[in-house]
Design a binder for this molecule. Structure first.
Ligand SMILES: Cc1ncc(COP(=O)(O)O)c(C=O)c1O
Length: 430
């Protein structure tokens, strides 16, 4: 038995499923999860000292590569002065100022420790601000695991607006807590128009992944986004851009910069902490001022604005702000996708690719999907085989066909060539 298997067996005795976050358990693809012992740049090594090219990068945060020397130094320096104070620091102000500069829709920002906290708090704030209960989310979008967001829609246009048809998609979530969540299809303009026409004055917020990365990568169409912006403004609902994944990953100014949309609130995480537990939500000052201690919407955190995480985030944002960073990252990611597509074409395998900045999707399908339903119709069996063939050759993809992939600035030409060579061999095995 290999070391990964030994560790997996041991882990399962004291950790449910052997993992601290479900998708790590390889349930969709089967097999033994790799236990990581160390990482550097675009690589990590598992418990058997096998090296992998990492195409998850901690599900997004490690955009400058693992253990970047400048980030390591900043973190070490911060750690020497204690890990946490539970009192304000100058570093937090610097990070808040930088975020507001980079995303002009954010006038004020509150730091938290995870993306889940950011979205959960943004929703509470939107409800407190509007005095309304209903929220709209879209099918296939993931916004963390707060109760009211773990909900699936009933099917059919008429049930869109009928929250009693919603079923929680997790045990332990009372129907009562999801009855205020309406789930609509992504990229469907008429569905959202219909709901606003019926219930617009009751809708506190629309929350969206503006480039979805939790049902593989799916881009929102410009018509869809402008309809959402128009309707939320017209009805006084809060538009929440969940940029936990896309923020500082698709562009320095996030998806909102690329799309030319100014949301009312934005949720951030992942890259903004450079791999440390750090996230935030922010936006218009008149909404943010409803938060305690100024307003009556309560939100707090013992480790919020943690000084070591702030140091990691500030240094990461400094590195990504250097000239040419996103041009290079985007170019490398596009080159990788073109290489994978060419390799699939040579093997005559139906395959489509897409990417934005350092985030990518590939699909065993003829076309890039534009909805959750379309993603579920891609060839999942082919994905599973491809995943394992790539893993055997030392390329670590997300262990699910419903996840986006992530590159870093450390994924240079040599790394890309190695990935494409592995893909060429893997496609032949399908
Ligand atoms: C778009 C989006 N929002 C929220 C979250 C939740 O963030 P966290 O896992 O840090 O709680 C995620 C996590 O993947 C995400 O992708």
């Amino acid at each position: 038995m290999g070391q990964n298997e030994v560790l997996f067996e041991r882990a399962q005795k004291t950790i449910p499923g052997g993992v601290n976050s479900p998708v790590r358990a390889f349930r969709q693809v089967g097999g033994v999860p790799r236990f990581v012992s160390r990482a550097k740049g675009p690589y990590f090594w598992d418990a058997e000292d096998k090296r992998y090219i990492d195409l998850i990068m901690s599900w997004g945060p490690m955009i400058v590569g693992h253990a970047h020397p400048e980030v390591v130094e900043a973190v070490q320096r911060a750690a020497e002065t204690s890990f946490s104070y539970g009192a304000p620091t100058a570093g937090e102000i610097e990070l808040a100022e930088r975020i507001c500069e980079l995303m002009p829709s954010i006038e004020q920002v509150r730091m938290v420790s995870s993306g889940t906290e950011a979205t959960m708090s943004a929703l509470r704030l939107a409800r407190g601000y509007t005095g309304r209960d209903l929220i709209i989310k879209f099918e296939g979008c993931y916004h963390g695991h707060a109760d009211s967001l773990l909900v699936k829609a009933g099917s059919g246009l008429l049930t869109f607006a009928d929250s009693t048809q919603n079923a929680p998609s997790s045990g332990g979530v009372p129907q009562d807590l999801v009855k205020h969540t309406l789930v609509l299809p992504y990229n469907d303009v008429s569905a959202i128009e219909e709901v606003f026409k019926k219930q617009g004055d009751q809708i506190a917020a629309v929350i969206i992944e503006p480039i979805a990365g939790n049902m593989n990568l799916i881009k929102a169409s410009p018509e869809f986004l402008s309809a959402i912006r128009k309707l939320t403004s017209q009805y006084g609902s809060v538009l929440i851009y969940d940029e936990v994944m896309t923020g500082f990953r698709v562009a320095l100014g996030g998806a909102q910069f690329l799309q030319g949309i100014s949301p009312d609130l934005t949720c951030l995480g992942k890259v903004m902490g450079g791999g440390m537990p750090m996230a935030a939500f922010g936006g218009k000052k008149d909404i943010m001022s409803k938060l305690a201690p100024l307003g009556n919407v309560y939100q707090a955190g013992t480790l919020s604005g943690n000084p070591v995480a702030v140091a990691s985030g500030l240094k990461t944002l400094e590195i990504v702000s250097r000239p040419g960073f996103y041009e290079c990252l985007t170019g490398q990611t596009e080159k990788l996708m073109a290489g994978l597509k060419q390799a699939a074409d040579e093997a005559k395998i139906p395959f489509a690719v897409d990417s934005v900045g350092g985030m990518f999707g590939f699909y065993f399908a003829d076309q890039v999907p534009t909805s959750f339903e379309a993603v579920t119709q891609t060839n999942i069996e082919a994905f599973k085989k491809f995943f394992h063939a790539m893993l055997d050759q030392g390329v670590y993809l997300a262990p699910s066909a419903y996840e986006a992939g992530f590159t870093s600035i450390a994924h240079d030409n040599e790394v890309l060539d190695a990935i494409v060579a592995a893909a060429r061999a893997s496609f032949k095995q399908l």
